[in-house]
Design a protein around this ligand. Structure first.
Ligand code: SAM
Length: 217
């Protein structure tokens, strides 16, 4: 039986620490990959399961997007608020506490939805992807998944993480397993008015959802 991850103050602080050290170089690279794939640089962006806010911050620094950093952990949100303030980005990034299974935004709200390292913890990925599709604007795109941005960063970080925490390798392999990829690919398929593509390469495993410009009811 898979152990359920607890998102408490300690885990939020640990994620914050690692995001500022070993993981620090991945966020600007992932943000560049997202911007290149989507071509979206203005409008509204939501980072789902944003944790300490690192991806939201990188996206905000590189674009004119107004970014919502969205997470169900009050502890993570508190840390994100501090990090956003320290980067002088409080006027471009707003934090919102909420669950991906019942997203607190109206239909067709977001031009771009991003999420890194969170979907592996969602209880009902089907429901979460339906919600993502619901709040995407026609012509908008979602880029959701996990990874380290490129081969060089992945290899370096995976090697160092295995030394730091031997239990981490097992979790990483499970999250990136063929079985898990199938579950996420299935959960994000057949979304109304959208096309889904899978990126499965050195940058990680990412689900890309593109909402049609013209919607049918
Ligand atoms: N995205 C950040 C990053 O890549 O550094 C943080 C990743 S952290 C491993 C996973 C985050 O997803 C946690 O902050 C957790 O609170 C959040 N999360 C997990 N399940 C969630 C859910 N159902 N709704 C909202 N946030 C969720």
């Amino acid at each position: 039986m898979e152990e359920k991850t607890v998102f408490d103050k300690k885990s939020a602080e640990e994620m914050d620490e690692i995001s500022k050290t070993l993981f620090a170089p991945i966020y600007p690279v992932i943000a560049d990959n997202i911007i290149k794939t989507s071509g979206i640089k203005e409008g509204v962006c939501i980072d789902l399961g944003s944790g300490q806010g690192s991806l939201a911050i990188s996206i905000a620094k590189k674009t004119d997007l107004f970014v919502y950093a969205y997470d169900f952990s009050g502890d993570a949100i508190e840390i994100a608020q501090r990090n956003i303030k320290n980067c002088n980005l409080s006027s471009q990034i707003k934090t919102v506490e909420g669950d991906v299974h019942n997203i607190l935004f109206e239909n067709c709200f977001a031009d771009l939805i991003v999420s890194r390292g969170s979907m592996f913890f969602w209880d009902k990925p089907n429901l979460a992807f339906k919600e993502i599709n619901r709040i995407l604007k026609p012509g908008g795109m979602a880029y959701v998944g996990g990874g380290f941005g490129n081969k060089e960063l992945r290899d370096d970080i995976v090697n160092k993480m295995i030394i730091k925490d031997p239990k981490w390798e097992e979790k990483y392999k499970r999250n990136m397993s063929e079985e898990k990829r199938k579950i996420f690919a299935e959960a994000s398929s057949g979304l109304q008015n959208s096309k889904t593509e899978i990126i499965n390469d050195d940058s990680g495993f990412w689900i890309v959802i593109k909402k049609n410009t013209l919607m049918t009811m």
